[in-house]
Design a protein around this ligand. Structure first.
Ligand code: ATP
Ligand code: MN
Length: 459
């Protein structure tokens, strides 16, 4: 052990025995001063816990400069804490200021509103709430890789710039180097653009995922996704992260089993490996969250067909802003009624009308519905969209025709069905929606460090 190197507070708090001459670097969260002693609570971002730093009058000369938010370096001895509340404290021998922090520092209170903090996205990571969220994001990201890697899936990287608009849903951002101002009234000619064609930011990595699943078997992506969602909702971002497994030799039922196991694994991981974060969420964000996750780990998800779900909604007597009829996509109010009020557990809704699902979802024998599945969870609604993919060449061609898709652009996707086509399936989990579900945070803007929403991409 090198006593003269700086130690992170997370590691300091694990130490078993007293130690001399430790170096601590961090930001002051609180200061209490009396005549013969001063206490600083110092945080260095490594953990939610602060370290108590104790100053004797010998060190009082700098005390006026030690304000909330100031960065300090403290050298001292780690001793058993006199007071309650913490095991250890640092008895300071030498204190210096790394970075001062004048009183106009916007984060002064213990608890600011989430709305206020959204306005200062560059500073909010320093609050407990957002530091916890950002550490949690990191840990859950690791769990995602761990889950798939342990099952023999390969992590692949799908392109972020693409010439196909994914699902033909039209919520795309164009990528261009052309200056549209200079073009004036003229229609943009994308053949003169950087890629010689109209390109977009990817709304999904799935189609490329299928290319690699056709070679490696089981693969997954985990990366950013872009959708020009025009409306401001609690669960939509213009830039979000998505996990998209794609599995060869896998049908809809097997796909659903992977989904359920995956979601339960993430719940279990949060409970077992993110105790500090889960206790924080349970205490400050959503009381009972831990219990909800525990019950998920030990329960089974329900399954209902779209058609039965519509009947349930119609018979429910509940008042919906959009009354439901067969053929209509479920709105978040319908999703939440089903999963929160009616079934009161995560629900897999299967066999949607083909018109409301993307062209690649496999047509069922009834000719009207497709082998698609959404996972709905209480509070958030849809967190996963998935399907068994259409592996039959003629059927896919037909569905592409119906959706007016360009065969020339998607020839490579059809080729997958021409040579060695197999039953295959996959799904997309919205990472931020999963974080909302795990944490109980109510707004998707608060589970990502830099949310991108209509009118908001400043920093
Ligand atoms: P919604 O109906 O809620 O807009 P979607 O049907 O467009 O969702 P999919 O295309 O199936 O969603 O995408 C897969 C998953 O990606 C969704 O289940 C959701 O978890 C997540 N997702 C989709 N759009 C967004 C978004 N704009 N912001 C954050 N997550 C999203
Ligand atoms: Mn959408």
């Amino acid at each position: 052990m090198h006593y003269f190197e700086r130690m992170k507070i997370k590691d300091v708090l694990q130490i078993e025995n007293p130690m001399q001459d430790m170096i601590i670097l961090g930001w002051v969260r609180t200061k209490r001063v009396s005549k013969n002693i001063a206490f600083l609570e110092v945080n260095d971002g490594s953990t939610l816990q602060n370290l108590q730093v104790v100053l004797s009058p010998d060190e009082f000369s700098l005390l006026d400069e030690v304000t909330i938010g100031v960065a300090i370096k403290a050298i001292g001895d780690l001793v058993k804490s006199q007071g309650g509340g913490q095991k250890w404290e640092i008895q300071v021998k030498e204190l210096s200021i790394e970075g001062s922090c004048p009183g106009d520092y916007p984060i002064q209170k213990k608890r600011h509103s989430l709305e206020y903090l959204r306005e200062i996205a560059h500073l909010r990571p320093r609050t407990n709430n957002f530091a916890v969220i950002n550490r949690f994001r990191s840990k859950v990201s690791f769990a995602i890789h761990q889950f798939f890697q342990s099952k023999g899936f390969y992590y692949i990287h799908s392109p972020l710039i693409t010439g196909n608009d994914g699902e033909g849903a039209g919520e795309t951002f164009t990528v261009t180097t052309l200056d549209s101002q200079l073009l004036g009234e003229k229609k943009i000619d994308y053949t003169e653009d950087f890629f010689g064609t109209h390109t977009f930011l990817a709304v999904t990595g799935q189609l490329e995922g299928e290319v690699l699943a056709s070679a490696l078997g089981d693969v997954y992506t985990f990366g950013p996704t872009f959708r020009a969602e025009k409306s401001n909702t609690y669960r939509h971002l213009a830039e979000f992260w998505m996990i998209e497994p794609e599995m060869a030799f896998c049908n809809l039922r097997e796909n659903m089993r992977v989904m359920e196991e995956f979601i339960k694994y993430l719940c279990g991981y949060a409970l077992n490996h993110c105790q500090e974060e889960m206790e924080f969420f349970d205490k400050w964000i959503d009381s009972g969250r831990i219990q909800i996750l525990e019950s998920i780990v030990n329960s089974s998800f329900g399954v209902v067909t779209y058609t039965d779900a519509v009947t349930i909604l119609q018979k429910s007597g509940a008042e919906f802003a959009y009354p439901i009829v067969w053929g209509m996509d479920l709105k978040s109010e319908h999703e939440r009624y089903l999963t929160e009020s009616y079934f009161q557990k995560p629900m897999l809704v299967i066999n949607y009308p083909k018109e409301i699902k993307p062209f690649y979802a496999r047509l069922n024998e009834d000719g009207k519905t497709v082998a698609a599945v959404d996972l709905l969870v209480p509070q958030v609604g849809e967190i996963i969209g998935g399907s068994q993919r259409e592996e039959r060449y003629e059927m896919l061609e037909e569905r592409m025709q119906e959706s007016s898709l360009d065969f020339e652009e998607l020839y490579w996707y059809l080729d997958l069905r021409r040579w060695g086509s197999v039953t295959h399936s996959g799904f997309g989990l919205g990472f931020e929606r999963m974080l909302m579900y795990l944490s109980g945070m109510k707004n998707i803007r608060d589970v990502i460090a830099f949310p991108r929403t209509p009118g908001n991409a400043k920093f």
